[in-house]
Design a protein around this ligand. Structure first.
Ligand SMILES: Cc1cc2nc3c(=O)[nH]c(=O)nc-3n(C[C@H](O)[C@H](O)[C@H](O)COP(=O)(O)OP(=O)(O)OC[C@H]3O[C@@H](n4cnc5c(N)ncnc54)[C@H](O)[C@@H]3O)c2cc1C
Length: 394
């Protein structure tokens, strides 16, 4: 059996559904497939997004999928020193809302369907080949094997992406750039401030950090990411130790566990080849500092959808034309990702003692008033070594 379409999107996560929606809006015939039987489940995410990010994508928050609104951020150093940030005063990525991804992802797929995309759930892409100026994707659904012929394929198949590789793109993330994330959704979490995202730094999560993202009442996502190259223990072992030692979670109970890889080395070198584009985690569109990829992946989806839709309507499906997507993504995100990569390298270079002294220096800081000069003066006072490391990186 052969199905024909203009654009085939593989993967109905936030990046894929956004790509499908915008390709359809721009006039293309679109099929969106996902191997899952329920789009969005199981989640692999702490579910934090910035308000500004959603706004920029033109998405209005809905009570169906926003579980909690965030006002503050609480940063905790290894010895428990706390620095508070208010998200109105400091622009923070991934802070604003905590979502219910299982509902959010479905809602984004519904938006794609409303724009005209056809959705095929429980449909696994198994391989692709080029035939003339089109791509044939072999797929399987409910025990049935069939082919989909598309003019453009958008690979939105997440961190373990295969679509890019099948098309000859290098999408392999080196172990030093692939964080292992593990998380419990927990109840009976006792937070100091129920409207704060909490981040815990240091050797409790080598190569990453631990987080508590509140979801209302006494419920929260409690997780951490580690770089396997920086620890001999598994992420799960680190999480068990964190939950036991953290005052907020020592009486909490897990009702769900989520495990997943997070590509934190920045975007892949090429996001486009003949008739194929990759978006979202598949293209490494994840903030290297925070590990957040919902908004930046959806931004990739938006650009890829618009560019593919326009290429179809102009009947100009060349690699150069599709590369406009990659150019737009770099214009929008490229510089900030470079900054985040440097900030991550800096953070990972700091010892527990240095993190503690930095937290001490900024404990009482009113962040809306501080300027770079004062930041440096504070750092000189408490940790000249930490300042030196900062100087080497920037
Ligand atoms: C523990 C953890 C916590 C995180 N916390 C946050 C956070 O708080 N905020 C944030 O912004 N980001 C967070 N992230 C990252 C975020 O989850 C991802 O960046 C985001 O889901 C990427 O979206 P995507 O659409 O690219 O891919 P995904 O959401 O991974 O979707 C890919 C889809 O492709 C489908 N698929 C894969 N292969 C095939 C195939 N062969 N055929 C058909 N379908 C296929 C999958 O079933 C899946 O539905 C976290 C990640 C982890 C692991």
């Amino acid at each position: 059996m052969m199905i024909e379409t203009d654009v085939l999107v593989v993967g109905a996560g936030p990046a894929g559904s956004t790509a499908a929606k915008h390709a359809a809006f721009n006039g293309a015939d679109v099929i969106l497939i996902d191997k899952k039987s329920e789009i969005g489940a199981p989640k692999r995410c702490a579910e934090g997004v910035s308000k500004e990010g959603l706004k920029k994508l033109g998405i209005k928050p809905k009570s169906r999928w926003v579980t909690h609104e965030i006002e503050n951020v609480r940063l905790v150093s290894p010895n428990g020193t706390v620095v508070w940030l208010n998200q109105d005063k400091v622009k923070l990525p991934e802070a604003g809302y905590v979502l219910e991804r299982k509902v959010f992802d479905k809602h984004m797929a519904m938006d794609a369907a409303r724009a005209g995309a056809k959705i095929k759930i429980k449909t696994l892409a198994k391989g692709l080949k080029k035939e003339g100026d089109q791509i044939i994707v072999n797929a399987e659904s409910m025990g049935e094997s069939f082919d989909i012929r598309a003019k453009i394929v958008i690979g939105a198949d997440g961190p373990e992406s295969r679509v890019g590789r099948w098309a000859g793109l290098n999408t392999v993330f080196m172990p030093k750039h692939m964080e292992s994330g593990v998380q419990f959704e927990m109840v009976r979490v006792e937070l100091e401030d129920k409207n704060s995202l909490e981040f815990y730094f240091g050797s409790l999560a080598p190569g990453g950090y631990a987080w508590i993202f509140p979801k209302g009442d006494d419920i929260a996502n409690v997780g951490l990411g580690v770089l396997p190259t920086k620890t001999k223990k598994s992420a799960y072992q680190h999480l068990l130790e964190f939950v036991k030692s953290c005052p907020a979670t020592k009486n909490a109970q897990a009702v769900e566990i989520n495990v997943g890889g997070v590509p934190v080395g920045g975007p892949v070198r090429n996001m486009v080849t003949d008739n194929v584009m990759i978006v979202g985690d598949a293209a490494g569109q994840v903030n290297p500092l925070t590990g957040g990829g919902i908004i930046s992946g959806m931004t990739g989806g938006l650009f890829a959808g618009e560019v593919s839709g326009a290429a179809i309507s102009d009947n100009e499906i060349t690699k150069d034309r599709l590369a406009e997507y990659e150019k737009r993504w770099h214009e929008d995100r490229g510089d900030s990702f470079k900054k985040y990569l440097k900030a991550k390298d800096y953070l990972l270079s700091l010892s527990d003692e240095e993190l503690d002294s930095i937290a001490l220096a900024f404990k009482e800081t009113e962040f809306e008033n501080i300027n770079t000069g004062e930041l440096i003066k504070n750092l000189i006072k408490v940790s000249p070594k930490a300042l030196l490391k900062l100087g080497k990186l920037f």
